[in-house]
Design a protein around this ligand. Sequence first.
Ligand code: SUG
Length: 436
Amino acid sequence: MLLDVQFDGLVGPTHNYAGLSRGNVASTTHGGATSHPHAAARQGLAKMRMVHDLGVPQAFLPPMERPDLATLRAEGLCGDDAAVLAAAAREHPALLARACSASSMWTANAATVTPSCDSTDGKVHVTGANLVSKAHRAIEGPMTAKLLRTALPFAVHHPPLPADGAHGDEGAANHTRLQTEEGVVHLFAWGVDNDDPDALKPARFEARQTRLASATIAQAHQLRAQCVVLVQQHPAAIDAGVFHNDVISVGQGALLLVHERAFVDTPGVLEALADRLGKAFRPLVVTEAALAVDEAVSTYLFNSQLLHTAEGYVLICPAQVAAHASTAALVQQWQAQGDLARVEMLDLQESMRNGGGPACLRLRVPLSADELKQVHPGFRIDGPTLDRLEAWVDRWYPRALDPADLADPTLLETSREALDALTSMQDMGNLYPFQH
Ligand code: SUG
């Protein structure tokens, strides 16, 4: 049996809003606002506790070190850490913002993962995302690789795709694995095809995932051709703020929640999926009349976390879904007709203000029971670990943070002490460059 391990990003002590993600409405709206790292981390941990209590295996990836001094030094800033921070704040504020981004918390973008039962060599395959379309995210690659190699030592780890415009890869945010008794599908959604001059393109915002990146990963992971479905995101949806496909569809097992305007040819996509998955495939299609795409973006209904549990499908929604009449009615209807066993609402406001909902905060790693035993124990979550992590957050995290605080060398020092305490508490070894 396959277990969908949920690897959540643990929010870091310098969680902040820098308005760095053009095309992501929440990020650009909240740039410069005061953030609340302690509340942000506790909200993320509350979600992990809920998932763990539902009987779904939960794990986490520790925060990256931010500010990332290596990014600043690579741009020629020198001197001790305090001098580098001061020079960056004074002369290169945009660079400093990039080096401080909270973005590694959204682990749905960390990688694409294939379970061993779907690859022809019978191995788990992992490709870390290159995230080249955003400068503040492109710096995550090396640390992501280190974390995933440490957490999943038994998997085949592929290097990120080349960091060029042809291979823009955003990880699992554009990838969904569906399964019924009849078949398995890996649905790869891409936004731009540089090899096809006639393919539609968004007019306002750039598409982040290229077709070539999706196709290359499907091949490198040795997915059987009949399992792979490559589809184009609707350019109009990208222009309305659907910067990743997981803002407009979410699937798990036999169930797919999807907006009718998610893809260029949504009926064709559903037909291709039904062909492979058979009668058990259950698409729940939301029409524009029931919910406009921009309402899907503002509520993040489709970024809810869909889990297959012993009691059936459970949907963990951001609180915004309960507060909006149309989305509240939709989830009620899905529950009433028996598609969902349970719906939960969670306050994830601190993440939502940067465009990250419940599904952005987790990377699904489907493993066999035997593989799950080989996950590094320091990354696994259980009740006592959650208690320890909460106490650790309470001890180290600032309650409020303004963008100007990010250049404070004391904040860097305290954050490093916190990360050092985390790796020794979890017996993770020396993960961070500052520990070497
Ligand atoms: O890449 N926001 C992230 C949000 C990622 C959401 N992930 C998924 N949909 N899977 C992004 O746009 C904002 C950072 C800032 O502005 O401070 C940011 O990077």
